[in-house]
Design a protein around this ligand. Sequence first.
Ligand SMILES: NC(=O)c1ccc[n+]([C@@H]2O[C@H](COP(=O)([O-])OP(=O)(O)OC[C@H]3O[C@@H](n4cnc5c(N)ncnc54)[C@H](OP(=O)(O)O)[C@@H]3O)[C@@H](O)[C@H]2O)c1
Length: 271
Amino acid sequence: MSANNTRTVVVTGASSGIGRATAAAFAAAGYRVIGTGRTPDKIADSDRVPGVDYRALDLTDAASIAEFTAGLGAVDILVNNAGESQAGPLAELPGDAIERLFQLNVFGAVALTQALLPGMRERGYGRVIMVGSMLGSFPMPYRSSYVATKAALRGFATSARFEESPFGVWITTVEPGQIDTGLRERRTKYLNEGSAHTADFTRFMAKLDEKQASGIAPEQVARTIVRAAQADRPHQLYAVGSNAPLMFAVRRVLPRGVMERLIAAAHGLRR
Ligand SMILES: NC(=O)c1ccc[n+]([C@@H]2O[C@H](COP(=O)([O-])OP(=O)(O)OC[C@H]3O[C@@H](n4cnc5c(N)ncnc54)[C@H](OP(=O)(O)O)[C@@H]3O)[C@@H](O)[C@H]2O)c1
């Protein structure tokens, strides 16, 4: 029996993609895994990971978060993975869509983290992993709301890890690059009829979808998440996919203006 059997992991958004792969990776490593979805009863048998305890959680609903956390015992590792992808020119993003995105991608994850941190601190062990996005480090056009949510998540994590690490609780961010999941089919898109952005937006999104379809497998992100959780002192930031080591190395040496021009050129953007 693995020593990991004593640890409990919560993975939000475990019904598909990165969350599903992460739940599977922790289960395979011997952890007790609680996976969430808005409607766990509707998760297809083929998407269920044997041994994972599926529970209902809608991160846009405060009552659902309260009900979920009330029914949890001790949790050692929290993976804030659930999220929505959104695209559209900033000038045309409806306010309620931006609010929904922040509620799901940021405020829900923050509420869950706040609920679980005190118990982790009392027990002297905890890991919180925010699943951000490399877009948080390398912003792209038409993704402002999504980029902002992922940068906000990293901000909460990077700041609060100073507070909690003296108690053995480490908060870290994992930024995936392009990953081949169903996220792009579920992406919410906003573009006004007759928008001045139509041509650029359409070209950019087609290229983005193409890159995501040829992205790495979610299992690779899951391995990075498990590695981060198992580290004695997890790093502040992990990035995986989209040539992450090269991208971050280049960013360290190139002036911001040059980096911006390179990103624009790589995505066929007008400057
Ligand atoms: N795929 C990529 O290229 C990529 C790149 C960078 C970062 N990411 C990030 O990785 C995470 C997972 O993405 P993915 O690609 O695996 O996408 P996915 O397959 O669409 O998974 C999203 C998960 O979020 C859950 N979810 C959606 N709305 C929710 C809500 N209101 N409350 C609670 N859970 C909700 C979904 O579960 P139900 O629908 O069952 O509720 C689903 O399990 C996201 O945070 C995403 O931003 C993905």
